[in-house]
Design a protein around this ligand. Structure first.
Ligand SMILES: Nc1ncnc2c1ncn2[C@@H]1O[C@H](COP(=O)(O)OP(=O)(O)OP(=O)(O)O)[C@@H](O)[C@H]1O
Ligand SMILES: [Mg+2]
Length: 346
């Protein structure tokens, strides 16, 4: 089936605060194929988690509101579903893994009870069958002694093990889409690599589409097929890993790549070093939102908000007035971007 698994159209999610309306996600559109692994990157506050929460139906009114847009999942607009219908999709066909498993796990119930509860809720199986599925799910994420560990409480697992349990829980109902919001940020680099590797194999084997939210461009390169770069509530660029890392079309993407200078040191993969700060989402600048930080900005950038449009390679999109004129690939940030990009994707 060539129909997109997920189609987000002009999604706008705002929050009412005392200071004013925060336009956290402000008109994003994108699609995901079945089995696609899509990285979502961008600085803190760019709207990555709010995008995920909007898809999961977890935006809490009255402060949070999806003011417009459609989220079409397998042909069905999720924004038109009742809370009951949404509940059966959440954790079933769409699952989510959060950064901190302790906030998602209940400390007073055993891992087994929590896994089995999810399974019974979404699959028509008996308790005994749910137990077997739960044991298998723990084995799939390589938890030794699974049938005994089922009786343990969350605090009896290490951080890495707890994240494995979350993955087991997320995948236990064979979702079509798994959203992982910084699933390994809290873990040490070695455990992080093991968990990403495990997730990659499980997702590949089952054909699960994954939306991976992360600050780590190295992890994205190793895990994803496609990337979307977010800035101040919008998508500024999207394309395949190769497009984004080797042929960036937006100065912001180019700046992020420039921040990956020390790739031999895995702890340095995080993106951080573009000078200046993102704009306030309450009072956005006129024209391009990246303009105040962009060394290439001209008059039109001050006046007109650029829309995401095809530029660069086939399928690649960027929201920059100057993409065609600028040859970002030929320019280097600190003389390093080309080398950094080849290193991370090789
Ligand atoms: N419940 C809320 N009330 C008010 N503002 C919110 C709420 N949730 C998120 N926001 C705001 O929406 C914006 C986008 O937040 P979001 O959590 O999506 O960022 P993010 O890209 O996930 O950042 P990070 O990388 O730090 O996780 C931020 O400015 C944030 O302060
Ligand atoms: Mg976030």
């Amino acid at each position: 089936m060539s129909e997109a698994l997920l189609k987000v159209e002009d999604l706008r999610t705002y929050f009412a605060t005392e200071e004013g309306v925060v336009r956290a996600v402000d008109g994003i559109s994108f699609e995901m194929r079945r089995g696609e692994r899509r990285g979502v990157v961008g600085e803190s506050g760019s709207g990555k988690s709010v995008t995920a929460m909007s898809i999961m139906g977890l935006i809490e009114p009255p402060a949070g509101d999806i003011v417009t847009g459609r989220i079409v999942f397998d042909g069905q607009n999720l924004l038109e579903l009742s809370e009951d219908e949404m509940q059966s999709i959440r954790g079933g066909r769409i699952a989510m893994i959060f950064q901190d498993p302790m906030t998602a796990l209940n400390p007073v119930y055993t891992i087994g009870d929590q896994l089995m509860e999810t399974i019974v809720l979404h699959q028509k199986v008996s308790k005994a069958e749910a137990r077997e599925i739960a044991i298998q799910a723990l084995r799939d994420v390589q938890i030794p002694n699974a049938e005994h560990r089922l009786n343990d409480y969350p605090h009896q697992f290490s951080g890495g093990m707890r994240q494995r349990v979350m993955i087991a829980m997320g995948l236990s109902c064979s979702p079509d889409l798994l959203i992982a919001d910084e699933p390994t940020t809290a873990l040490d680099v070695t455990t992080q690599a093991q968990i990403m590797d495990l997730m990659l194999h499980l997702a590949e084997d089952r054909g699960t589409a994954v939306m991976l939210i992360t600050h780590d461009l190295g992890v994205v390169a190793g895990f994803c097929d496609t990337v979307q770069v977010m800035y101040a509530g919008g998508i500024v660029e999207s394309g395949t890993i190769d497009d984004i890392y080797h042929n960036p079309q937006h100065p912001y993407t180019w700046g992020l790549l420039g921040s990956m200078t020390r790739l031999d040191d895995a702890t340095q993969h995080r993106l951080h070093s573009i000078s200046g700060a993102p704009p306030s989402l309450i009072k956005l600048p006129e024209g391009c939102r990246f303009r105040p930080r962009c060394q290439f900005a001209t008059d039109i950038c001050r006046q007109v908000l650029p829309v995401l449009r095809p530029v660069g390679n086939a399928g690649q999109m960027a929201a920059c007035h100057r993409s065609e004129e600028l040859d970002l690939k030929a320019l280097s940030v600190d003389g390093e971007v080309g080398a950094a990009a080849s290193e991370v994707t090789s």
